[in-house]
Design a protein around this ligand. Structure first.
Ligand code: NAP
Ligand code: ZN
Length: 347
């Protein structure tokens, strides 16, 4: 066992505090990673605050992990000591079900093992990346290409893959009109990625405050959803809408912005149900869909795509003692565009 420094929530209603965690011994197929940076995803906040259901505490979140391999198990073949690597939202899956065999481990029929707050194979509760080290099965560790700095790479492990996967699945490409709802962590990556895939990109944000940024990140158009004229002007426009909003929004009015056969894909995961007026679907043969992160193979493909296109996340690197302040800023939609913890400040 290795005792490591971390930041964890003692309960759903308390601020995160410095603590230590036990990491398991490096098994035959495991790698030990010295974590350099960990992104703060809105899912961390939903989870530790109990939005998605009760948790086991103390809980150290963090599933946007970038670091260096410092030890490998005797059977490891995919990684070696010194490699720059990343870990995203899952650290295991059954490996045998239909979905795992397709490389869609995030949809494992037996349930993938989340990077934190999940029951691991040995019965312990997984603890995430707000810590200095983690031990992970080699198959759930991806390679970070040399061209991407580790701090800007960390958010790609969740925000990057969660937007890359539906953009690919629903065919973002030249000639396709893609809208991104919410310009936060996921949203800003969706804009960069959809632009790099050649799509015509529109941001739908609550206000025009971040318009300059949105256009710089690769958007062709930018509209405020607080202005009702937006919904009239853009009716029937988009082939694909990626909704990244962490709170409930009026889905039916966004469905009306889809063209014939268009799809609105929810990646945002508010705790509350999102009611849909079916007429907004049947009047344009439209689809309302969802998507969860991406498989390991696709996560590697996304990282390689980002390196090839010179993409990383727009980040604000913070020391560990600013984590709780960062949470408040994320909740206030005051993030430009991902907070990343420098884990050397964990003590
Ligand atoms: P984030 O950085 O907080 O971004 C969310 C953005 O949504 C905000 O920046 C804001 O953008 C907009 N927004 C927030 N509250 C709103 C409201 N009440 N009405 C309208 N717009 C609002 O969060 P994130 O880390 O990108 O995560 C977004 C969501 O995706 C979370 O629910 C998270 O749990 C979920 N998620 C899902 C997956 C998956 O696999 N499906 C993976 C990761 C995260 P504007 O200021 O531009 O309006
Ligand atoms: Zn996430």
């Amino acid at each position: 066992m290795l005792t490591v420094n971390a930041y964890a929530a003692p309960s759903a209603s308390e601020a995160l505090i410095p603590t230590t965690l036990e990491r398991r011994d490096v098994g035959a197929h495991d790698v030990l990673i010295e974590i350099k940076y960990a992104g703060i995803c809105h899912s961390d906040i939903h989870t530790v605050r109990g939005d998605w259901g009760p948790q086991s505490y103390p809980l150290a979140p963090g599933h946007e992990i970038a670091g260096i391999v410092t030890e490998i198990g005797p059977e490891v073949t995919r990684h070696k000591v010194g490699d720059r690597v990343g870990v995203g939202c899952m650290v295991n899956s059954c490996g045998e079900c239909e979905n795992c065999r397709k490389g869609e481990e995030q949809y494992c029929l037996k349930g993938m093992t989340g990077t934190y707050g999940a029951v691991d194979r040995d019965g312990t509760i997984t603890q995430g990346g707000y810590s200095t080290h983690v031990v992970v099965a080699e198959d759930f560790v991806v390679r970070i290409p040399e061209g991407i700095a580790l701090d800007a790479a960390a958010p790609l492990l969740c925000a990057g893959i969660t937007t890359y996967s539906p953009l690919r699945h629903w065919g973002a490409a030249p000639g396709k009109r893609v809208a991104v709802v919410g310009l936060g962590g996921l949203g800003h990556m969706a804009v960069k990625l959809a632009h790099a895939m050649g799509a015509e990109v529109t941001v739908l944000s609550q206000s025009l405050k971040k318009m300059e940024d949105g256009l710089r990140l690769g958007a062709d158009h930018y509209f405020a959803t607080s202005d009702p004229v937006t919904f009239e002007e853009l009716a029937g426009t988009f082939d694909l809408i990626i909704n990244t909003v962490s709170a409930p929004i009026d889905i039916s009015s966004y469905l009306q912005l889809l063209s014939l056969d268009g799809a609105l894909v929810n990646v945002g995961a508010p705790a509350e149900p999102l009611p849909v007026n079916v007429f907004s679907l049947i009047t344009g043969r439209r689809s309302f869909a969802g998507s969860a992160i991406g498989g390991i193979r696709e996560t590697q493909e996304m990282l390689d795509f980002c390196a090839e296109h010179g993409l990383g996340a727009e980040i604000e690197v913070i020391p560990a003692d600013k984590i709780n302040d960062a949470y408040e800023r994320v909740l206030a939609s005051d993030v430009r565009y991902r907070f990343v913890i420098d884990t050397s400040t964990l003590g």
